[in-house]
Each structure stands twice: as C-alpha cells, then as structure tokens.
Design a protein around this ligand. Structure first.
Ligand code: HEC
Ligand code: HEC
Length: 309
C-alpha cells in the first residue's frame, strides 16, 4: 500500500543524518543569546509580537494572526514539518519565483507577505536581525550547501487522477474539523483582538495565508498534512493515507482566502514554474484546474520539453 511505503525525501537521500537541534537554553544571556531568543520568539509567537492586533500600530507587520510555527512546526525544529534547520546554510540561492538569486532575508519577506499576508519587515529592523540570527543558530555545525535530511515536508507518491475536493471535504469533517472547525476558522488562544493568536490556526478565510503562499500549492500542502497532521503526527508514522492527504489538501485549496495582487509576475521564467502553481500564465497548455489539483505527470513532461528547447 502506498501509504505504508511513503518515506518523504528518501528518493535523493543520503543516509539519514542525525537530527540535532541546538539547544537555545544553553545560550548565554549576552547580546547574541538575547537576539537568537528574540528570533525564536518571533517565529513561535509572531501574532503576539508583530501581528495585526498588537498595541503599537507600527509593529503590526504580519497581516494575519498565524505564527511562523503554525507551519514551521516547533519553531522550525521538526523534520518534514517545514524545518528551518539547515536553511541558513543553503542561502543565498536561485529562486525560480523571482527568477534571481535571493538572500535569506528575501526568503523571510516571501513568507511575511504571502504566508502571513502582511508587510515586509523593515530590512534594518531588530526583528529581521533576530530572525536571521535564529536561523543561523539553527544551522550551527551544518556545512554551507549541505543537504539536510528532513527539509521540506516530504515527497509522497502522486495520484494519477486529480485530487478531489468533494472526497476531501468528507475527510476534513471526519479528521480535521474537531480542531480546525467545520468553517476552517481554527480556534483562538484567547479572544479576537487580544493578539494572542490561535491555539489551532485557520486553514482558509480572511485570517489565513494568501493565494501567493507556498501552502496554497497542492503538493506541499498535501505532504505537510501527510507528514504532520492531525497535530502530533510524526512523518515516519503518518496518521492518514496518502490518498486522503491529497484529497483533503484539495478541499482546503478549494476554499476562499485573501488574494495576492500581481501574481502573474511570479516565476518570470514560465517553464520554471512549479507544476502545482494555481495561477498562470503557464508555459504549458494544461488548464488552471489541472495545475491546482493535478494530475501533474503530463505537465512535468511538457515543462521538461520546454526547458530543453
Ligand atoms: C501558512 C504556512 C506558513 C507560514 C505561516 C510561514 N511559512 Fe515559511 N514557508 C512555508 C512553506 C510552504 C515554505 C516552502 C515553500 C517552498 O519553497 O516550496 C516556506 C519556506 C520558508 C523558508 C525557506 C525554507 C527552506 O527550506 O528553504 C523560510 C526561511 C521561511 N519559510 C520563513 C518563514 C518565517 C520567518 C515565517 C513567519 C514570519 C514563515 N515562514 C511563516 C509556509 C509558511
Ligand atoms: C489535534 C488538533 C488538530 C487536528 C485534528 C488537525 N490539526 Fe492541523 N494544525 C493543528 C495545529 C495546532 C497546527 C499548528 C501547528 C502546530 O502547532 O503544530 C496545525 C496546522 C495545520 C496546517 C498549517 C497551518 C495553516 O494555518 O495552514 C495545516 C495546513 C493543517 N493543520 C491541516 C490539517 C488537516 C488537513 C487536518 C486533518 C487531516 C488537520 N490539520 C488536523 C491542529 C490540528
């Protein structure tokens, strides 16, 4: 059965490296230690520090009440939970979305303006410095350019049909709604307006990630769900089948969320656009719905041919 064999990332994997996360509590209380800890807090409690409900209006930088760790689980320390371990050692790198080499700061701004539906951090701010410091800390001992096993959210086998939001809705109601609510709005930690964010984050609606976010693409979302959900699931012991993960991800992507302007400017080299980008223009002729829900194999073939030209 596909579900039992899904070993995310195994395809191009070196032998699983030991997963060591440096311990933040061992840092001294000097300037470096304080900065790294502030960076950690910004990832873990984003809504309370720079969210849209904080008292000081100048500090309202993220546009929704998610925390970075709503997706980068355990402040970016969980294998296949979109970890931030080893990421600093991999930047600057070429980003297809901008068609240029970008820095780690650029990457943080990407999630600020898309996943957090907010503003970029002021480049010289204490917040940007602290986030980068925390990311550097999480890459302690990892060689520049080294591959870290557990990066991303996995690479489970794809369906040969389109993922099905109707089937996904039934799975959602059975397996996810107890926490994320039938209407996808999640559960507030405190009250609306108190900047405490969520105990369970929303998956769609006005306070969710926008249509330019990585989580709005099916492949990453389905793998994230398979490796990490229901909350507490560990990637090597998935709780739902791969098929259910594809279909429930399709249901989430079918729901309304904030729009991002000027998406047509993403991926200036169209044949580098990920197959599951749910907005055009495209280098191939597959319809938007196929890019949104799959199947992806034929699109991949068309893009490869286009790049070979
Ligand atoms: C709604 C989910 C979500 C939230 C919230 C979120 N991110 Fe991300 N982030 C992603 C996804 C998905 C990716 C991978 C996208 C891709 O490149 O395929 C990513 C990638 C990244 C990367 C690059 C990781 C790598 O492996 O190269 C960094 C750095 C990052 N995010 C930082 C942040 C920061 C800082 C915040 C909070 C300000 C944040 N993210 C909030 C979903 C999220
Ligand atoms: C036990 C409660 C619980 C259940 C059940 C659950 N989740 Fe989650 N989910 C969470 C929490 C809490 C987070 C935030 C990450 C964390 O703290 O680990 C989260 C985060 C997420 C995220 C990323 C954050 C965002 O805002 O997009 C997605 C996507 C997601 N869950 C989808 C699902 C799906 C699909 C299911 C059903 C298969 C599911 N979850 C079941 C509690 C739950």
């Amino acid at each position: 059965m596909a579900g039992a064999l899904a070993l995310p990332g195994m395809a191009d994997a070196a032998p699983p490296a030991k997963w060591t996360v440096p311990d933040i509590s061992h840092l001294p209380n000097d300037d470096w230690g304080k900065t790294v800890r502030y960076g950690h807090d910004l990832i873990a409690r984003t809504a309370s520090l720079i969210g849209p409900e904080v008292k000081d209006s100048h500090r309202r930088l993220s546009g929704n009440n998610l925390n970075c760790q709503s997706c980068h689980i355990d402040a970016g320390t969980r294998q296949f939970g979109l970890p931030l371990v080893g990421v600093y050692a991999d930047f600057p790198n070429y980003r297809a979305r901008s068609g240029a080499v970008g820095t780690i700061e650029d990457r943080i701004q990407g999630c600020m303006t898309r996943s957090m539906n907010g503003k970029p951090l002021p480049p010289d701010s204490a917040e940007m410095t602290a986030m980068v410091a925390y990311l550097k800390f999480l890459s302690s001992g990892i060689a520049v350019g080294a591959k870290t096993f557990g990066r991303g959210s996995g690479a489970m086998p794809e369906l040969t049909r389109a993922a099905d939001p109707v089937k996904g809705k039934r799975i959602y109601q059975k397996t996810c709604a107890a926490c994320h609510q039938v209407n996808g709005a999640g559960q507030r930690a405190g009250r609306t307006g108190d900047a405490q964010g969520y105990s369970v984050p929303p998956l769609w609606g006005p306070d969710s990630f926008n249509t330019g976010a990585g989580m709005y693409r099916l492949i990453g979302a389905a793998n994230f769900i398979h490796s990490n959900m229901p909350d507490g699931t560990h990637w090597n012991k998935p709780a739902i089948s791969t098929t259910d993960a594809w279909d429930v991800a399709a249901y989430i992507e079918s729901r309304p969320r904030p729009g991002r302007a000027n998406l047509a400017r993403d991926y200036p080299r169209r044949n580098e656009k990920p197959v599951d980008t749910p907005y055009g223009p495209y280098a191939d002729h597959a319809p938007v719905t196929q890019h949104k829900y799959g199947p992806f194999a034929a699109i991949r073939v068309a893009l490869k041919a286009s790049r070979a030209k």
